[in-house]
Unconditional design. Structure first.
Length: 499
């Protein structure tokens, strides 16, 4: 087989052309080999529009629906960790696993690993097997000879809490009928299903890329292009091409790209995989406006308070209340007390702010206390640019594990707050050679946009706007007609310069 692979590579004159797919069924087991000679890439996704949702980097799930995650390989979800990149010292770095979303429906995400995550044989011995009886199925799911948590995929890749949201999936395989698995390989028909983002034709459907860890299992990195499937029920292969090959593929190592269904009933938040939970320095001033997000990489936050849908009970018993009372001016503090917050590494008390008219859209987020040691309360600074209105500050205990890693939270404990936005005085003046001819606001709020315009006198030209005092950002400081927004609180004075 290695000789065949090298020969195909050597005899390809373009060195950039994908030269084909080789598949072989042995007792129902299937290996799909795809070769991209100069560059092994991922499965070809079908182009789709961005998902629905709020367009924000932090989103609350309602009734187990993650409206922002799109199937057909548009969106990706980071979940679990596994050795992947080389550490440069004959070892490998344990990193978050990236999964492609094939489908989002009925409160579940159908996920498929972005790369070959390991190198394994379909079956360890050269015998006739099916998906139901092969050793790869046992290794993926921690069964039979692979019950040892140190010697299977599911226990090495996922925490106990993460495993609890991996659904028991009933799957049908042409060689062995129905099985129930948490983790499984895709079938031949699934990798030609266009609704999952695959191409329907049999070529360029299964081009695989493996991690450095997976490739370390092969005598030649080209074997990372072997994509293991659980069956060939779609008849992917031109059999005449296979007549020249005599090899028993069932014990040939291939790239393992598992798939599974993830239950969303325990998920509280989806957030951008990187920076989705942006927070100020931990403390009362940490509350930060949730950013816009147009990307497709997400991570999950799971409920962990012992309730019906929770993945565990690590954050049981948290509660919070407001100590002070009355309206608060944006930029000032409220005082809260809390109890039952879990202590330890990566443990925090966090908060989101939502409008009472829409409690499912987080406007702000922050980690307000670090619970490396026990604490019972803190002041919370209401963001200076929050508009006047009625809000809820939802506090919760949180194990925040960083970018691309799963987080765990308690149930929310809410306090009410009415915010009054302070007014900002806006002054505009003209230098020699011109006049201010428009200023949309004499007083403004932090969330307003102020329009200004200056007109030069005869013999003069407008040069630029200058901010003398205050915190603002000009749309275009060299345009006589422009606008600005506020970047901080405080009265503003601008000047038009002419030359």
């Amino acid at each position: 087989m290695e000789k065949l692979l090298r020969g195909l590579k050597k005899n390809n004159p373009t060195r950039k052309k994908t030269i084909g797919i080789i598949c072989k069924a042995i007792g129902g087991a299937i290996l799909a080999l795809s070769l991209a000679v100069s560059n092994l890439v991922g499965l070809y996704p079908t182009e789709k529009a961005y998902a629905a949702g709020t367009g924000k980097a932090l989103q609350i799930l309602t009734n187990g629906v993650a409206a922002n995650i799109e199937g057909a390989q548009v969106s990706n979800v980071y979940f679990g960790t596994y050795p992947q990149s080389s550490d440069g010292n004959n070892g490998f770095i344990i990193e978050p696993i990236k999964w492609r979303a094939l489908q989002n429906s009925n409160g579940q995400l159908f996920l498929f690993s972005d790369k070959g995550i390991d190198g394994k044989e379909y079956n360890e011995t050269n015998t006739s097997v099916t998906w139901a009886t092969c050793t790869l199925r046992a290794w993926l799911n921690g069964r039979d000879a692979y019950i040892d948590p140190n010697n299977n995929f599911i226990d090495k890749a996922f925490s106990d809490n993460e495993k609890s949201v991996i659904a028991d999936s009933t799957i049908t395989t042409d060689s062995c009928g129905v099985t129930t698995d948490k983790l499984f390989l895709l079938s031949g028909s699934e990798v030609r299903n266009s609704s999952y983002g695959f191409r329907e034709d049999s070529y360029n459907t299964c081009i695989f890329e493996a991690t450095e860890y997976a490739n370390s299992k092969f005598t030649d990195p080209l074997f990372g292009a072997f994509g293991l499937l659980r069956s060939n029920d779609a008849n992917l292969v031109d059999i005449t091409f296979l007549t020249a090959i005599s090899h028993n593929y069932v014990t040939t190592p291939g790239s393992v790209r598992p798939a599974f269904n993830l239950n969303l009933s325990s998920a509280v938040f989806t957030s951008a995989a990187v920076g989705g939970k942006a927070s100020g320095t931990v403390g009362g001033g940490a509350i930060t406006t949730v950013a816009d997000y147009a990307g497709n990489d997400w991570k999950l936050t799971l409920l962990d308070d012992g309730s019906t849908n929770a993945v565990g009970s690590g954050h049981t018993g948290f509660s919070a209340s407001r100590v002070d009372s009355g309206n608060v001016t944006a930029g000032d503090n409220i005082t809260v007390s809390y109890s039952g917050a879990k202590t330890g590494s990566n443990e925090f008390v966090s908060a989101i702010i939502v409008s009472t008219s829409d409690e499912n859209t987080p406007l702000c987020y922050g980690r307000i206390a670090n619970n490396s040691v026990s604490s019972t309360g803190t002041d919370i600074t209401i963001p200076w640019n929050l508009p006047s209105g009625n809000y809820k500050v939802k506090l919760f205990a949180e194990q925040y594990n960083g970018d691309m890693k799963t987080d765990y939270v308690s149930a929310f404990s809410s306090v009410d707050v009415t915010v009054e936005a302070p007014e900002i005085r806006v002054d505009a003046e003209a230098g020699d050679g011109g006049n201010i001819t428009q200023k949309s606001h004499d007083t403004a709020h932090a969330y307003d946009r102020v329009n200004i315009m200056a007109t030069p006198e005869a013999g003069y030209c407008f040069q630029n706007w200058d901010c003398l005092t205050g915190n603002i950002s000009f749309e275009n400081a060299t345009s006589a007609s422009t606008s600005f927004t506020f970047t901080g609180f405080g009265d503003v004075r601008v000047k038009a310069i002419f030359a």
